[in-house]
Write a new protein. Structure first.
Length: 250
């Protein structure tokens, strides 16, 4: 009995030793180094894997992130300025009492005329309620016939011009020194006016001449940036030089 037990233990030990050496793998089907939970090892291996991206794939992503960050910073930096500009624009369209206003201007006026306009504005506006803007006026020359002392002579000359044909002319009422005469052309340069006069003389018009209305000069426009309804009425009632009126700013 004891001999049998010893023999069995010896055989078991011999079999175990043979299996650990891999001699019985083909018979048993299990290798001694094989893990019992291969799926766990596979999961751990996949979790520990690192994916190495080439530089040309990494840089665009970094560049896009940097650009997005820069845009966000710029938006935050300029947002207050844009809000302030919007508030200023809104304030410019209403007066101190909240009533809607418009910008009006009149002119241009020469230095003498500007003195007249200034005196008129003092009666209806504080000094800060209006301003001036410099403008340059081109010279103005007329090709002119007249003035004629009586209506009969005026009508006769008018008939003569119509008979010649192909001539554009109009009656002059202002300035008063040229009233009861005819303008046959308006020009910004004296040499252009003289050339036009020479052509008219070739057609038999002998009494026409070139007259200067104004030289090239500096003038001023009057600007009222915020005119409410009552102020607009007062401005329209002013008798400005040369019959000029306040109109919308441009």
């Amino acid at each position: 009995m004891l001999r049998s037990l010893v023999l069995i233990l010896l055989l078991i030990n011999l079999a175990f030793f043979s299996w650990t050496q891999g001699w019985l793998t083909t018979v048993v089907g299990i290798h001694p180094s094989q893990q019992h939970e291969p799926q766990r090892l596979s999961q751990q291996h996949e979790a520990d894997q690192l994916e190495i991206l080439p530089p040309d794939e990494v840089m665009p992503s970094a560049s896009a992130a940097s650009e997005a960050l820069a845009q966000a910073i710029a938006k935050a930096a300029f947002a207050p300025s844009e809000a302030a500009a919007a508030s200023a624009a809104a304030a410019a369209s209403v007066g101190e009492d909240g009533a809607p206003t418009v910008c009006l201007q009149a002119g241009p006026f020469g230095s003498v005329e500007m003195g007249i306009v200034s005196n008129q504005l003092k009666n209806i506006l504080p000094p800060a309620g209006w301003r001036t803007a410099d403008v340059t006026l081109d010279g103005l020359w007329f090709v002119y016939m007249g003035p004629y002392p009586d209506r009969e002579l005026f009508v006769r000359k008018q008939s003569e011009l119509k008979a010649i044909g192909g001539i554009t002319f109009r009656e002059v009422r202002t300035p008063t020194s040229l009233a009861n005469g005819f303008v046959l052309g308006r020009y910004e340069r004296q040499e252009d006016a003289q050339a036009a006069l020479n052509k008219l003389k070739e057609r038999g018009i002998r009494s026409a001449r070139v007259v200067i209305i104004r030289p090239r000069m500096q003038a001023q426009n009057v600007i009222v940036p915020q005119a409410a309804t009552d102020l607009r009425t007062s401005l329209n009632d002013l008798r400005l030089p040369q019959g000029k009126r306040f109109e919308a700013c441009y």
